[in-house]
Write a protein that binds this ligand. Structure first.
Ligand code: CAO
Length: 458
């Protein structure tokens, strides 16, 4: 037998949080992942799970206590093997160590590096992903342990008693807080066979019973192997799924004539080489998109949580989707309009390099207003990228191709087909914020800027 201290995990931005429930007593036998206590800040709550199976030997906290990160919650008597396993999986860096580390952001989790990290649910007021936040899913929200719902302990208790998953309930109180009536009306909806959707701003999905995918035993049909998803893939899967569910997507397609732009880009090759960078098409795209965002400010906005207002941003930071072996990450290039093409090219290359080496920091992921996802280096003719909510639009870029384009003015006004290099653009947008006509204007303008890059300066 061994004894282990169970400590308060990462509590995000808070110095201390309240212990609102103690769910075990001395002498209780717990399984790994059984909830031990509930912590709550003024914005969110989380249950702390047992890191190993064992017997509660001594409780060190009581309801009403305030605790900080790493405070000892209880002593757990475990089998030696369980303790070793839990110790191997426990976070190795304490808050103090993290604070001492010059590269660390005290309130944020490190960016997902390639090797798997242990789960450490973070307490955050907004469990919906903050802009650009790509913290691992198991740190952002583990729905079994850390309800993303904003509700008081008594409402949580009611939900537990009624077997209601608060994640499915839409809160009707200020800020989306769930009150007991919301839980009751959810239950009434389920019992009446038609799940109710209590009104709250935004795109609440609570109250709706999504049809579940059946569990299929694939091995019945042939040999299979199970490959765990990387942390990055789990995070992006969750973020993409959430955006897909919350955002009504439409994709607008356009083609930009980049014949001259590509000639110009290539002409900069030697100069770029001298500066130690490669002049990528993305640098031009970033500047052209930045100009379009200024001209169409609704594309540079986010819907506020009430769904009643647009938050217009007076800065232009653009995320760039980078394909890594472990999955998709989206580092952010800041203040795009203030940077020259060489600087942007260097930043994109640096961000992609660091992304692939797992060296991005949380800051690198934050603050994007819009995202560019370029598959141009790979191929394709068009695609439908998923909006990186709370951004309201994303630009997909496919591979340039030489096309015959009719030119009315050619051949002395007779008109003729000309060989032009065309860049396919696919703009997905949040139809709650952007109308089809605006999206079309945006892409037409973007194509015009890319066709004659001097227009970016106008
Ligand atoms: N048409 C034709 N060629 C293109 C092109 C386009 N639209 N865009 C880029 N290229 C070329 C580049 O010029 C480069 O050619 P050279 O080596 O001959 O100069 C080559 O393709 C490779 O480019 P790259 O991919 O290295 O560089 P990039 O700046 O175009 O893109 C990055 C960088 C990080 C965006 C890219 O590497 C990447 O990861 N793309 C994938 C993004 C992704 O997965 N998106 C899907 C997300 S789901 O929405």
């Amino acid at each position: 037998m061994a004894e282990m201290e169970v400590r308060v995990p990462d509590i995000g931005d808070f110095d201390t949080v309240d212990v609102v429930e103690v769910l075990v007593e001395t002498g209780d036998v717990v399984d790994v992942d059984d909830s031990l206590i509930t912590l709550e800040s003024d914005k969110a709550s989380m249950e702390v799970p047992a890191p190993a199976a064992g017997t509660v030997k001594e409780l060190r906290v009581a309801e009403g206590d305030q605790v900080g990160q790493d405070a000892v919650i209880l002593l757990l008597e475990t089998s030696g093997a369980a303790a070793q396993q839990a110790a191997a999986e426990a976070p190795t860096e304490t808050a103090a160590e993290r604070a001492a580390s010059p590269s660390a952001e005290p309130a944020e989790e490190p960016a997902p590096p390639p090797p798997p990290q242990p789960p450490a649910p973070a307490l955050s007021g907004d469990t919906a992903r903050a802009e650009g936040d790509l913290r691992p899913i198991d740190q952002v929200v583990d729905e079994r342990k850390f309800s993303s719902a904003y509700a008081s302990p008594s409402v949580r208790k009611l939900a537990r008693e009624l077997g209601v998953d608060l994640a499915k309930v839409t809160g009707s109180a200020r800020g989306g807080r769930i009150v007991s009536d919301d839980v009751k009306s959810y239950v009434r909806g389920v019992l009446s066979g038609a799940a109710e959707r209590p009104s709250s701003g935004g795109s609440g999905l609570g109250g709706f019973d999504w049809p579940q995918m059946p569990t299929i035993e694939f091995s019945k049909f042939g040999e299979v192997e199970t490959k765990p998803l990387s942390r990055i893939r789990k995070v992006s899967a969750r973020n993409l799924h959430r955006s897909w569910l919350h955002v009504p997507h439409v994709t607008q397609h356009e083609e930009a004539d980049v014949t001259e732009l590509e000639a110009f880009r290539k002409s900069l090759g030697k100069e770029a080489e001298k500066r130690g960078v490669k002049m990528t098409p993305l640098a031009f795209l970033l500047r052209a998109v930045a100009a379009c965002l200024r001209r169409y400010p609704d594309f540079n906005s986010s819907l506020d949580p009430s769904g009643e207002n647009l938050i217009l941003k007076n800065y232009v930071h653009i995320g760039v989707a980078v394909d890594t072996e472990d999955g998709l990450v989206v580092p952010v290039i800041r203040d795009v309009e203030e940077k020259g093409l060489f600087e942007l090219a260097a930043e994109v290359i640096d961000a992609a390099k660091r992304a692939r080496a797992g060296k991005l920091t949380p800051k690198d992921f934050q603050g994007a207003c819009f995202t560019i996802s370029s598959l141009g280096g790979i191929g394709g003719t068009a695609f439908t990228p998923i909006v990186n909510a709370p951004e309201v639009a994303i630009l997909g870029v496919s591979r340039n191709r030489w096309s015959p384009v009719w030119n009315d003015a050619a051949e002395g006004g007779q008109g003729a087909f000309e060989r032009r290099l065309m860049m396919p653009l696919s703009l997905s947008y949040d139809h709650r914020v952007i109308d089809g006509a605006s999206a079309c204007r945006f892409t037409v303008e973007l194509a015009a800027l890319l066709s004659d890059f001097r227009r970016v300066l106008l």
